[in-house]
Design a protein around this ligand. Structure first.
Ligand SMILES: Nc1ncnc2c1ncn2[C@@H]1O[C@H](COP(=O)(O)OP(=O)(O)OP(=O)(O)O)[C@@H](O)[C@H]1O
Ligand SMILES: [Mg+2]
Length: 281
């Protein structure tokens, strides 16, 4: 997959500069991996599926926080984020007082989101993610990315991206994708930024609600021309074939229904404002 190949080239080019002083294994991995250019999605996938786990550390405070695993295969070492959460509740109350019916938080959605992103040409905005068993738990395992900061930090520090227009183009792709997969947790800590201001989307464990409506249509402002084209062509049978291991039939139906809504929304907007104001390349 060429987009992933190029993102990998970019990723290795910056990896060595990102982590000094940070996680020691990650630094070692950046150096080791740096010598292996042209890693394809298949190679990363293979590594994530087969490499031996040689280290682990749980990330945040919560019980559902993912583990940062260090993996080794031959002379290659790299980290991955392992998330095994798989919860279902008829109703869940949040700290802000809101409740959500049919709440689900599942590692399965991390894998499904990556599969859907690839179908839409957005594979280079997400880490390669596979299903993997570790310590008798099944979960998602994502390629560890070289991160300069996350969007939460960028906003709190009022750091302006060097190219605002290019940045907005990435944000708009993310907003469209978040509406498609009905992500209820697209918070700024789930947006990671690498040294060259590439935007990565992680953590879709609370996405894929079954609703046909859009979660927040106000977030739809402009759309990448190719992305809109790919949305038009999104095929239900292919989507099912690629995601049925992780999504229910109703969750897949939800994606297709929201796809229709997003396409109609942008077609209407183009009719009103003109293509120039809505689509970008
Ligand atoms: N693939 C990755 N590459 C680099 N950093 C990552 C990756 N995955 C996760 N992280 C880091 O770990 C943090 C927590 O990961 P994640 O967002 O998946 O879980 P969480 O928000 O703690 O879990 P929950 O879904 O329970 O809210 C991220 O904000 C990010 O800083
Ligand atoms: Mg998160």
């Amino acid at each position: 997959m060429s987009c992933l190949r190029s993102s990998w080239v970019m990723l290795i080019a910056i990896a060595a500069f990102v982590i000094p002083g940070g996680h020691p294994q990650a630094y070692a991995s950046a150096q080791t991996v740096q010598t292996q250019d042209n890693l394809t999605e298949e190679q990363m996938r293979d590594f994530l599926l087969k490499a031996q786990v040689v280290g682990s550390k749980q990330g945040g405070k919560g019980v559902t926080s993912p583990y940062r695993l260090t993996l080794k295969d031959g002379n290659m070492v790299h980290d991955g984020s392992f998330q095994a959460v798989d919860e279902q509740k008829t109703s869940r109350q949040f700290d802000n007082g809101k409740t959500e019916a049919n709440f689900r938080d599942s590692y399965k959605y991390n894998i499904a989101a990556f599969e859907v992103a690839k179908m839409l040409g957005l594979g280079d905005m997400m880490p390669v993610t596979v299903e993997r068993k570790w310590e008798s738990k099944i979960g998602s395992l994502s390629w560890w990315l070289p991160v300069m900061m996350d969007e939460e930090k960028r906003l709190s520090k009022h750091t302006e991206p060097p190219d605002r227009n290019a940045w907005n183009k990435q944000l708009n792709k993310m907003y469209v994708f978040a509406q498609l997969v009905y992500d209820t947790d697209r918070n700024a800590a789930n947006l990671l930024i690498s040294e060259n201001w590439h935007l990565w989307m992680i953590d879709f464990s609370r996405a894929f609600r079954i609703y046909a409506s859009l979660e927040n249509p106000k977030n739809l402002v402009m759309c990448d021309r190719q992305l809109l084209q790919n949305l038009r062509q999104l095929n239900a049978a292919e989507l099912e074939q690629k995601t049925k291991k992780w999504l229910t039939k109703d969750e897949i139906k939800g994606v297709m229904a929201r796809r229709d809504k997003i396409v109609t929304f942008f077609d209407d907007l183009i009719a009103k404002k003109g293509e120039q104001a809505v689509l970008y390349d």
